[in-house]
Design a protein around this ligand. Structure first.
Ligand code: MCA
Ligand code: AMP
Length: 505
């Protein structure tokens, strides 16, 4: 049987494919038939540009129906889809291009000048553009192409996508996700979250990360559902569409921003069957406020790029604030000491997991991959967790030096490397501090040379062209020296304590 995820998606189309698949706030609607045909046309364009099964297609575009069709086209063709955060600068994209060596790049028109030379140097054979509204050279070509209806025959281990995730060393790693990784997770989530006839998804997440691209989109596709498809999260638009939707998924920032709106009431959310949160920890107080305001209990789940969704609070049964629920039915989770020995229920350790959702390793990094797997195939997540006697998991911290800001991961090392290279800087430590809106705010603590003349503005300015905006420090502190322990390691906990109130107001 063809394991291509697109074959599964197609098998789940609604009986009447004239049903809306994507509904935009502008009133534009894309039916399932149009999406399927669009995918076939984009597939034809990619094939024409020389893309064959296993080839990479790198995409840095805004969120539009055409961007979704392009993703579906890549699946259909058996090529490997590589979405990039639109906030990444050309310098960052340069790294991804050279690492993944895609055959085709699709970027925004405004990035074309900066990226085409870089792409050509990295061996890209064809660069297309796609604009905010989905128009552009690739769409023009698709509009006149003869649809490529075939669905490439894939084995379950064949790669469907590579998603880049930053690393503790500062170098991003491409997580290789197979058709089976994606389809198993999609089917499991569709089932345990009880998707049903008539469900309509409210989709305000970006589509270059697991949450928006796979979790949200695939659940709707497994259900043949319609999606209210927003180009970004905007509280007013979300509130105006809640009454016409039944499921919404978001990062905690979505929910705290909704709670800040007086128009967000139990009345406007009464048709919602399920609110899901993940990608970052949700404060217990947010859960409580949300229930008080709307009567709904947000279902919190836990996942990561390398494994999609791993645990979930139950659909029926207790959704406990501060916990992320038990392992998904087809996933094994254990909590271990550093040496890989499982710890007792209730004790803190590092969460490890294994299952059909678990990725195939990091692109071109066999050693790095090997370091993060146990010999029995479990993956070491780097998240500190506790599992209670009933298998319910709580994420209590991180073993990895990672900041999560508004649902985006930022590895301090990547920023420290850049700051440390600046004239007038001796060294730096980048930390995440509690932030009302983003959960954590990226903050730099810098040791400057005596008369180096470095200022906060100069540091932030120097990072502008190098790092995506969400990675740039929202605040820079200067200190004479960094606190270190006896081993010489910077004590980031001490820094976090000292500056904890930075974003209180
Ligand atoms: C934007 N900014 C940010 C962030 N987003 N800064 C820190 N963290 C962020 N996440 C910057 C902007 O560049 C801007 O800078 C300033 O902050 C304010 O922007 P604002 O307009 O408020 O931001 P926004 O456009 O409304 O975006 C905020 C957002 C967005 C809606 C929370 O970041 C978002 O959609 N996040 C979702 C991320 C996500 O999908 N994560 C899932 C990863 P300035 O004004 O100074 O230029 S998948 C994952 O983690 C796993 C698998 C899982 O479990 O799901
Ligand atoms: P990413 O690399 O973007 O896939 O982010 C994955 C990381 O997000 C995980 O390793 C966790 O640290 C974090 N994460 C995801 N969901 C949750 C959650 N519900 N609670 C706490 N942390 C979470």
């Amino acid at each position: 049987m063809n394991q291509n995820l697109y074959a599964l998606i197609q098998s789940r189309f609604p009986a009447d494919t004239s049903k809306p698949f994507l509904i935009l706030p502008t009133g534009r609607t894309i039916s399932y038939t149009e999406a399927d045909q669009g995918a076939a046309r984009f597939a034809a364009v990619l094939a024409d540009a020389g893309v064959t099964p296993g080839d990479r297609v790198m995409v840095q575009t805004d969120k539009s129906p055409e961007a979704v069709m392009l993703y579906l086209a890549c699946l259909r063709l058996g090529s490997i889809y590589i979405p990039l955060n639109t906030a990444y600068t050309p310098t960052e994209v340069d790294y991804f291009l050279n690492d993944a060596e895609p055959t085709v790049l699709v970027c925004r028109p405004k990035s074309l000048v900066a990226l085409s030379a870089i792409a050509a140097r990295a061996g890209v054979t064809k660069t297309f553009v796609m604009d905010v509204d989905g128009s552009g050279s690739i769409t023009d070509a698709a509009n006149t192409a003869t649809p490529l209806e075939a669905i490439a025959n894939c084995d379950s281990d064949d790669l469907a996508a590579i998603l880049y995730t930053s690393g503790t060393t500062g170098r991003s790693k491409g997580a290789m996700l197979s058709h089976q990784n994606l389809s198993s997770n999609a089917l499991t989530l569709h089932e345990i979250w009880a998707f049903e006839d008539g469900d309509i998804l409210l989709h305000a997440l970006p589509i270059y990360h697991v949450h928006g691209l796979f979790v949200a989109l695939h659940c709707a596709l497994m259900n043949g559902s319609s999606i209210h498809f927003l180009d970004k999260f905007d509280p007013d638009t979300v509130i105006s569409l809640l009454s016409q939707s039944t499921v919404m998924m978001g990062v905690p920032t979505f929910y705290t921003r909704l709670l800040a709106e007086t128009a967000f009431t139990s009345e406007v959310s009464k048709n919602i069957r399920l609110f899901v949160s993940g990608s970052a920890p949700m404060l217990a107080e947010t859960h409580v406020q949300f229930t008080e305001r709307t009567g709904h209990k947000i279902l919190e789940r836990y996942g990561m790029t390398e494994g999609g969704m791993i645990t979930s609070n139950p659909y029926d049964g207790d959704r406990v604030p501060g916990t992320v629920g038990p392992a998904l039915p087809d996933v094994e989770v254990r909590i271990c000491a550093k040496d890989g020995t499982p710890v007792a229920a209730g004790e803190i350790g590092v969460l490890e997991y294994k299952g059909p959702n678990l990725f195939k390793g990091y692109w071109g990094m066999p050693e790095k991959t090997a370091e993060e797997f146990r010999s029995d195939g479990f993956f070491i997540s780097g998240d500190n967790a506790i599992m209670d006697i009933d298998g319910r998991v709580s994420i209590v911290g991180r073993d990895k030096d990672l900041i999560i800001t508004g649902g985006y991961n930022v590895y301090p090392k990547e920023i420290e490397i850049e700051i440390d290279q600046m004239d007038g800087v001796i060294e730096s430590a980048v930390i995440g501090l509690p932030h009302k809106d983003f959960g954590e705010g990226v903050t730099a603590v810098v040791v400057a040379k005596d008369d180096g003349g470095v200022t906060e503005d100069a540091i932030i300015d120097a990072l502008k062209d190098k790092l995506a905006r969400f990675k740039q420090p929202k605040k820079v502190y200067f200190v004479p020296e960094l606190p270190r322990n006896a081993m010489g390691k910077v004590q980031k906990n001490a820094l976090r304590e000292t500056y904890s109130g930075t974003y209180d107001s």
